[in-house]
Structure formats: C-alpha cells, structure tokens
Design a protein. Sequence first.
Length: 83
Amino acid sequence: MFASVKTGAYIMQLEAKNAADDRLLPAIDVRRRYGVSHMTVYRWQKSDKLDFPDPIVIAGRKYWYVNDLIRWEQSPAARGMAQ
C-alpha cells in the first residue's frame, strides 16, 4: 500500500513540475540560458541536425516553451554539441 501511495505522490510531483515548466521563455532568456548570441540561436533554428525547438511568435517576439528546451537539452543532437 505504501508503494502505491508513494508512487502516486511522485507522479503528482512530476506532473506539477511539468506544468510549472510549461511556461514561455522569451528569446533573451533563451540566449542567457545557453550563453549564446542571437545569431547562434538563429543558426540552431535553421540547422536540420540540431533539431532546435521552433519558437512561438507573439506580437513579433519569439518565445520558447521551457518543456521543449528541456527535451532538446536531453536529445542526442544537443548532447553532441557539448563534445
């Protein structure tokens, strides 16, 4: 019984974390997150090999979902950049 309660609580924590990470990050914060320039983010977007997430454009400004960035960071393409 404890295992199922503990597992249920863990799943609820994960869902809460995922909901919190479903926020939008503006382009400047994306650049700060990775320590790169505007041009680098642009190149990442255009690269077929990197599969960088597409932004959401609102009023002419670019935003990325944090969940999309986290998934990209964990992808083989992004991990290959660090080598």
